[in-house]
Design a protein around this ligand. Structure first.
Ligand code: DGJ
Length: 334
């Protein structure tokens, strides 16, 4: 390759990468700072020491991608647009006796830093290899650096209950709560974690009874706890739902659909969450009113081609959060 061809190729790669100038274009392929497609689905973002860490499910090509063959991928960014690949933070095991052996299911990983211990704790939905979605367990892994390696500490059903789609929310006082779809996805549970975030205090609350809410994403604003979730329709999109409460354990009030506008790429509107499903709400550091709602567009026949939808959260005159489909925007404008 001569220098001219090389330069042209380099510019082509850079043009395809997310860049601070171009900002966030949901639905498009997002590339990391090396030009590789970002592989972090069903993810969550942690802010730590001036940097954002994005953790998500690493998918492989084809239907095999519905199981975990690699692990949880981590990326790092200062501006939420340019993401540097930091490798596999939690690797699946090659030991057939391990509960996280390659071929198990690892979904919706979320990492939180424990201010008391200085450790990083990862929670994820775990299903055992070859057992479909019947195990309904939670995995807890620990690391002393954000990039890992995370080491599996334990797997369990929290307080004895089934646990599938999930998130972890850390409150201003440092108390952490594990929100998870339980009771065969009919009812969500909110379980308080111990101070080291490695276990449960035993305080468990049932919320959204028989609402069949999945994909919980929790944040706090204006004196309210907010939860964006989805209904239960497998990998197919459905209508998002918003709840609010004055405390993590409720009582929670169900409001309407927080999504507005249409995704021009597939023609899907708010009734189908633009074709996506919620995964996390990211509070922008240092900006108390700035939040980003993260969604996944799933492609179960080839999850490697699943797409990311990140939209700025806005608040109406009553302080109720909502998201418009914004085709291109930059977090620096928030
Ligand atoms: C919906 C969940 O939100 C996903 O994480 C995944 O578990 C699929 N169901 C599997 O059908």
């Amino acid at each position: 390759m001569n220098i001219r061809t090389y330069t042209a190729a380099l510019f082509a790669v850079l043009a395809l990468s997310a860049s601070a100038e171009g900002g966030i274009r949901s639905w498009d392929l997002w590339r990391d700072t090396s030009g590789h497609v970002i592989n972090a689905h069903g993810g969550g973002v942690m802010h730590d020491g001036g940097e954002y860490w994005w953790y998500g499910e690493h998918k492989v090509y084809g239907e095999a991608g519905n199981a975990a063959w690699v692990g949880v991928h981590a990326y790092k960014s200062k501006n939420l647009v340019d993401w540097e690949d930091r490798g596999i933070a939690l690797k699946v095991s090659q030991d057939p006796a391990s509960e996280i052996v390659a071929g198990c299911i690892i979904e919706r990983p979320k990492v939180v830093r424990n201010a008391k211990t200085g450790n990083y704790v990862m929670f994820f939905h775990l299903e055992l290899k070859g057992k479909g979605y019947s195990a309904a367990k939670t995995g807890i892994a620990l690391a002393n650096r954000p990039e890992g390696p995370f080491v599996l500490v334990k797997t369990l059903r929290p307080n004895g209950a089934m646990s599938r789609d999930m998130t972890v929310f850390v409150d201003d006082d440092g108390k952490a709560y594990h929100f998870f779809s339980s009771e065969d996805n009919r009812t969500m549970h909110v379980d308080e974690l111990t101070d080291d975030y490695l276990d449960y205090t035993g305080k468990s609350t049932r919320i959204f009874e028989n609402d069949e809410t999945e994909a919980p994403a929790v944040f706090k604003h204006g004196g309210w706890y907010w939860l964006i979730g989805s209904g239960c329709s497998g990998w197919s999109p459905n209508t998002a739902r918003l709840y609010r409460a004055k405390s993590p354990s409720g009582p929670w009030e169900r409001l309407g659909n927080p999504c507005r506008g249409r995704n021009p790429n597939n023609g899907m509107g708010p009734e189908l969450t633009w074709g996506g499903q919620s995964t996390f709400v990211l509070p922008v550091a240092g900006k108390p009113d700035a939040f980003i709602a993260m969604f996944d567009i799933w492609r179960p026949h080839n999850q490697l081609d699943s797409r990311y939808v990140w939209m700025p959260i806005r608040f109406d005159d009553d302080g109720i959060p909502y998201c418009d489909w914004v085709p291109e925007w930059n977090p620096s404008e928030l």
